[in-house]
Design a protein around this ligand. Structure first.
Ligand code: MEV
Length: 424
């Protein structure tokens, strides 16, 4: 039997690792070459980013056009494997331009580090003791990151909560850290670890976890856009979008998909800029549940006095420009350059605007013709190419498949044969 228990896999060279996976998975040379293709990156660079590297997993990178945010035009890179997302964002951004585009803002780049203290005999008393040491805590934390402090960031405040849990009361200290242009997880975790022994000493309790919270309620990004009712298809479309929004507000089953559509846009920009999309995902859904005591949409939709559609979005946006993959991944760096952002907050505003645009596009499609038509045309082109169509044949075959609503390999092969026979 083949064993996945491999000691020293990490010490092997790329060649050595390819040899192992080739044998284990009975891979072909072509498959190894595909996996091992590191594209814009050197193997050594990738090898330093994660462990046990064998190659890269390329994603399509598209550009969303038409975005105007706070009066500035932006071309927005999006890395995503799903068809229609980039086109939908671009369309929505075009429609938003009619009323001036998006306005966006942020709350400031403050992350929360949590320190869990258990076994405290007097949790409420301990809370006061910790708060009384606020300045000392901040200086212990800030000693750990003089560079962040130099740029105006660092630990800024302390909050303490007493939690009732299944294992009794716990004292939870929050260290509020202004991360400036860093995502900040490393800085926050280092500070939380530095402060922890002192909290144990002052409270007589025992510290377990010392870690950042992804429910980043102090690092919010917000965007707003007005959509002209005539430009988007009239009053019926506005009403359809409001019905769709009311559905998501009332039903978590629908709301999960509503928010998923928002994250199609958000994640694509977050990935394209080398940021931690799991942190953004976790924060978004936690915020959607925390904000009003139940899982709700990250956007709001309403009609203004003219009958135009007004959309807003608010969600945690822990993205950075310094540190992490954003600083070392050459494609991420080029994408940040293309965006022209100078601060993490500017980037967060763009991401929020894309999330709002994406939600608008999804709701408009769903409330009118449905999303399949848009989805299907790209899918049909893929099917046509897989069936062997080349060059202009791809569009010819795809058109027939979409028209007939038969986006299938067998039909693609038939249509292709028919087109070729006609040409002879
Ligand atoms: C598909 O990836 C996203 C949508 O399902 C979003 C939505 O339903 O609002 C279209």
């Amino acid at each position: 039997m083949k064993s996945s228990e491999l000691s020293g896999f990490y010490r092997k060279s790329g060649e050595g690792r390819w040899q192992v996976i080739r044998n284990f998975g009975e891979l072909t040379d072509a498959e190894i070459a595909t996996i091992g293709n590191t594209g814009a990156l050197d193997f050594d660079q990738v090898d330093r980013m994660i462990e046990n590297v064998v190659g890269t997993m390329p994603l399509p990178l598209g550009i969303a056009v038409n975005f105007r945010i706070n009066g500035t035009d932006r071309l927005v890179p999006m890395a995503i494997e799903e068809p229609s997302v980039v086109a939908a964002a671009s369309n929505a951004a075009k429609l938003a331009r009619v009323k001036g585009g998006f306005t966006a803002s942020t709350s400031g780049p403050v992350m929360i580090g949590q320190i869990q203290i258990v076994g405290v005999p007097d949790p409420h008393g301990a809370r006061m003791t910790i708060l009384a040491h606020r300045d000392e805590i901040l200086s212990i934390a800030n000693e750990k990151d003089p560079v962040l402090v130099k740029f105006g960031g660092g630990a800024k405040d302390v909050e303490v909560r007493v939690l009732q849990t299944a294992r009794g009361p716990m004292v939870i200290a929050h260290l509020l850290v202004d991360c400036r242009d860093a995502m900040g997880a490393n800085a926050v975790n280092t500070m939380a670890e530095a402060v922890a022994p002192h909290l144990e000493r002052w409270t007589g309790g025992r510290v377990y976890l010392r870690i950042i919270s992804n429910l980043a309620v102090r690092r919010l990004a917000r965007a707003r856009a007005a959509f002209d009712k005539e430009a988007i298809g009239g009053e019926a479309v506005v009403d359809g979008i409001l019905e769709a929004y009311a559905f998501a507000e009332a039903d978590p089953f629908r709301c999960a998909t509503h928010n998923k559509g928002i994250m199609n846009g958000v994640d694509a920009v977050v990935i394209a800029t080398g940021n931690d999309w799991r942190a953004v995902e976790a924060g978004a859904h936690a915020y959607a549940a925390w904000k009003s005591g139940g899982y709700r949409p990250l956007t709001t939709w309403e009609k203004d006095a003219n009958g135009d559609l007004i959309g807003t979005i608010e969600l945690p946006m822990p993205v950075g420009l310094v540190g992490g993959a954003t600083a070392v991944h050459p494609t991420a760096r080029a994408n940040v350059h293309l965006l022209g952002v100078k601060t993490a907050q500017e980037l967060a505003e763009i991401v929020a605007a894309v999330g709002l645009a994406q939600n608008f596009a999804a709701l408009r499609a769903l409330a009118t013709e449905g999303i399949q038509r848009g989805h299907m045309s790209l899918h049909a082109r893929n099917i046509a190419a897989t069936a062997g169509a080349v060059g202009h044949e791809i569009d010819e075959v795809a058109e027939v498949l979409v028209r007939e609503r038969k986006v299938r390999m067998d039909r693609a092969a038939e249509v292709l044969a028919h087109i070729r026979a006609k040409r002879k």
